[in-house]
Design a protein around this ligand. Structure first.
Ligand SMILES: Nc1ncnc2c1ncn2[C@@H]1O[C@H](COP(=O)(O)OP(=O)(O)O)[C@@H](O)[C@H]1O
Ligand SMILES: O=C(CO)[C@H](O)[C@H](O)COP(=O)(O)O
Length: 552
C-alpha cells in the first residue's frame, strides 16, 4: 500500500497527455510516482505542404485506450482525479458538437488544424500589420501557429463547409475536458496563450473587429469561450457516466481544467525541491529556473513575479502556468521532429536502422555510441568543428519570431556513410541547443535571471541532447525522477481538482522530484562560444541572401 503525506493513503490520479505523435496516460500517486504508463500513436495527415491535420475522434479513442490500460487491475476507487494536457491544436465542431472539416476535401473526420500547421501565413501577416495592443502579450509578433490566424483562414477559405456551420472552436486541451465532463469552460492557459484572452481584461472586442472576425464576439463569445477557469479547477460534476464508461474510470471523479502540454511539463518539473544537489538555484526564487519541454518542438518556460516583455518570446501571460506568476514562453517549432528529419533523410539511414535493430538499440542510442567511437581522444562535441546547422527548417518561433526563416547546413562533403550521418545528427542537436542559448539570452536581456534548466519531454531521454544543452548554455540541467514529467503535470491538475491539495503550488512541490543532474563541461566553453558565433552569423547570412535575391 502507498501512503502520501498527510492525505488519505492510496489516492492516485490519472494524467492524459496528448502529444503531436501519440497519446500517453499515466496513473500517478500523491508523491508523483508513475505507477502505470501507456502510449498509443495518433493519426496525422498532411494533405498539402504546411497543412497538418488530425481527428478529435481518433484522439479521444486513443485517450480511452491508454486510460483503460493504466487502470487495469487497480481498485478504481483509489482514483480521485483526472487531468488532461494536449498540444495547442484547433478543434472545430458544429452546433451539435459534431466534427467539421478543416480541409478542402470536406473530410469532417479531419477536424483538427494542428499547432504546427503553417497554412495561415497571409492571415497572420495581416494580423501583425494591425499592431493591435494584444500583440504585446505574444512577444510583439503573433505566430502563425496561434488560433486567430487559423480561424481567419477557415473563414476565408472554408466559409460554407466549415465556418458558417461551426458552433464551437476548442483548443485541444479544452476539447478533452469538455469530452470528459460536458462542460464547455475553457482553460485560462489555452485562451491566454493562444487566443489573445487577457486574464485581467478578458476578450478584447476591438481586436476581433480589427482582424475581421467580429462574428465571434456574438452571443458573448460562445463559440470560443466565455467561461474561463484556472488550470486545475474542478469542472462541473466531474466525469460523466458516458465518458467514464469509455475511459474505464468511475463516473463523477474530479476532472480538471486543462493545460497545454508544454505548460503541464512546466508544472511537472519547475517546483521540485532541489536541496542538497549543489545547484545554483538552491535557495533562490523559482523564477531562476527555466523549464524546457522538448518533444516534437521545444518550449522554454520562464516565470516572473512582474510582467516581462521579451521581444520574440511569447507572453507575458498571467497565471497561464503557475498561478500568480507571469509566464514567458520561448520556443523552437521543430526540434525532435528536426532530428528525426535529418537522420531519416540521410543516405545511411537504412544502414543505421539495420545496425541499431541488430543490437536491440534505439537509433539514437546507436548514434550516440557511434559518436563515442569516432571521437577518439576529443570531447564528442568537437566533431563538428567544420559542420554547422541553422535549425529553423520550420521557421523561427523565438527569439526572432520569423516564420520565413529556413534551415541551413554548412560543411557538407561527398561522404554519405554512417560517420557522416552521426556527425550531422550531432550538429543538429547542437544547433537546437544554440537556439535555446539564444532564447535564454533574449530572456535575460529583458530582465529574467535564469540559472538552471529543468528538461523534460521525449528528447530529455537522449543523454547527448541533455549534455549539449548543459555545455552550450553553460547551465546545469536537472532531469526529473519520472521521465514522463508532462504526465506528472497532467496528474497534478487532477490532484488539484480532487481537492487533495489546496493549490497547484502545493501539488507541484509534492509531486515533482529531482532525478539526474547534468553539469556543463566548463573546459569546452571556448569551443562552444566559437560555434555560437558561427551560429549567429548563419542567420545574418541567410538574411543577406534573401536581401540579394529580393533586390533589383
Ligand atoms: N529514447 C529516446 N531517445 C532519443 N530520442 C527520443 C527518445 N524518445 C523520444 N525521442 C525523441 O523525442 C521526440 C518526441 O518526443 P515526445 O515528447 O514523445 O513528443 P510529442 O509530445 O511531441 O508527441 C521524437 O522526435 C523522438 O525522436
Ligand atoms: O506550442 C506549444 C506549446 O505552447 C507546443 O509546441 C505544442 O503544443 C506542441 O508540443 P509538442 O512538441 O510537445 O508536441
Amino acid at each position: 500500500t502507498m501512503s502520501g503525506g498527510d492525505q488519505e493513503p492510496g489516492h492516485c490520479y490519472v494524467g492524459i497527455d496528448v502529444g503531436t505523435g501519440s497519446v500517453r496516460a499515466a496513473l500517478v500517486d500523491q508523491r508523483g510516482i508513475v505507477l502505470a504508463f501507456a502510449e498509443q500513436p495518433i493519426k496525422k495527415w498532411e494533405p498539402q505542404f504546411n497543412h497538418h491535420e488530425q481527428s478529435s475522434e481518433d484522439i479521444w479513442a486513443a485517450c480511452c485506450l491508454v486510460t483503460k490500460k493504466v487502470v487495469q487491475g487497480i481498485d478504481v476507487h483509489r482514483i480521485r482525479g483526472l487531468g488532461f494536457d494536449a498540444t495547442c491544436s484547433l478543434v472545430v465542431l458544429d452546433k451539435q458538437f459534431h466534427p467539421l472539416p478543416v480541409n478542402h476535401e470536406g473530410d469532417s473526420y479531419r477536424n483538427v488544424i494542428m499547432w504546427l500547421d503553417h497554412r495561415a501565413v497571409s492571415q497572420v501577416q495581416r494580423i501583425n500589420k494591425t499592431k493591435h495592443g494584444v500583440l504585446q502579450y505574444v512577444g510583439g509578433v503573433m505566430s502563425v501557429e496561434m488560433q486567430a490566424p487559423k480561424l481567419l483562414w477557415l473563414k476565408e477559405n472554408l466559409r460554407e463547409t466549415c465556418w458558417d456551420k461551426a458552433g464551437h472552436f476548442f483548443d485541444l486541451p479544452d476539447f478533452l475536458s469538455w469530452k470528459a465532463t460536458g462542460v464547455t469552460a475553457r482553460s485560462l492557459c489555452s485562451l491566454v496563450c493562444k487566443w489573445t484572452y487577457s486574464a485581467e481584461k478578458g476578450w478584447d472586442d476591438s481586436f476581433w473587429k480589427m482582424i475581421g472576425l467580429d462574428d465571434l464576439i456574438g452571443d458573448n463569445y460562445s463559440k470560443i469561450g466565455n467561461l474561463v477557469l484556472p488550470p486545475g479547477t474542478s469542472l462541473g460534476s466531474g466525469l460523466t457516466p458516458e465518458a467514464a464508461k469509455e475511459l474505464g474510470l468511475p463516473s463523477g471523479i474530479a476532472v480538471a481544467a486543462s493545460l497545454i502540454d508544454a505548460h503541464a511539463g512546466g508544472l511537472g518539473v519547475i517546483g521540485a525541491d532541489v536541496r542538497g544537489h549543489g545547484l545554483v538555484c538552491e535557495g533562490q526564487p523559482v523564477t531562476s529556473r527555466l523549464a524546457v519541454i522538448c518533444g516534437t518542438s521545444s518550449c522554454h518556460m520562464g516565470i516572473s513575479k512582474d510582467p516581462i516583455f521579451v521581444p520574440g518570446v511569447w507572453g507575458p501571460y498571467f497565471s497561464a502556468m503557475v498561478p500568480g506568476f507571469w509566464l514567458n514562453e520561448g520556443g523552437q517549432s521543430v526540434t525532435g521532429k528536426l532530428i528525426d528529419h535529418m537522420v531519416q533523410g540521410h543516405a545511411a539511414f537504412p544502414e543505421l536502422q539495420a545496425k541499431a535493430t541488430a543490437r536491440c538499440q534505439s537509433i539514437y542510442a546507436y548514434l550516440n555510441n557511434h559518436l563515442d567511437l569516432i571521437k577518439k581522444a576529443q570531447p564528442v562535441g568537437f566533431l563538428t568543428v567544420d559542420l554547422h546547422v541553422w535549425p529553423d527548417f520550420h521557421g523561427n518561433r523565438s527569439p526572432l519570431a520569423d516564420l520565413t526563416l529556413k534551415g541551413m547546413v554548412t560543411g557538407l562533403t561527398l561522404s554519405q556513410d554512417l560517420d557522416d550521418l552521426a556527425i550531422l545528427y550531432l550538429a543538429t542537436v547542437q544547433a537546437i541547443a544554440f537556439g535555446t542559448r539564444s532564447i535564454i539570452e533574449a530572456m535575460q536581456a529583458a530582465g529574467h535571471s535564469l540559472s538552471t534548466l529543468f528538461l523534460c519531454g521525449g528528447l530529455s531521454k537522449n543523454p547527448l541532447f541533455v549534455q549539449m544543452h548543459a555545455d552550450i548554455t553553460g547551465m546545469p540541467v536537472v532531469l526529473s525522477q519520472e521521465v514522463e514529467s508532462v504526465l506528472v503535470g497532467a496528474a497534478i491538475l487532477g490532484a488539484c481538482a480532487s481537492g487533495d491539495f489546496t493549490s497547484v503550488q502545493e501539488a507541484m512541490a509534492r509531486m515533482s522530484q529531482v532525478g539526474k543532474i547534468v553539469f556543463p563541461r566548463q573546459e569546452d566553453k571556448k569551443y562552444y562560444d566559437k560555434k555560437y558565433q558561427v551560429f549567429l552569423k548563419m542567420v545574418e547570412h541567410q538574411r543577406e541572401y534573401s536581401a540579394i535575391m529580393n533586390g533589383n
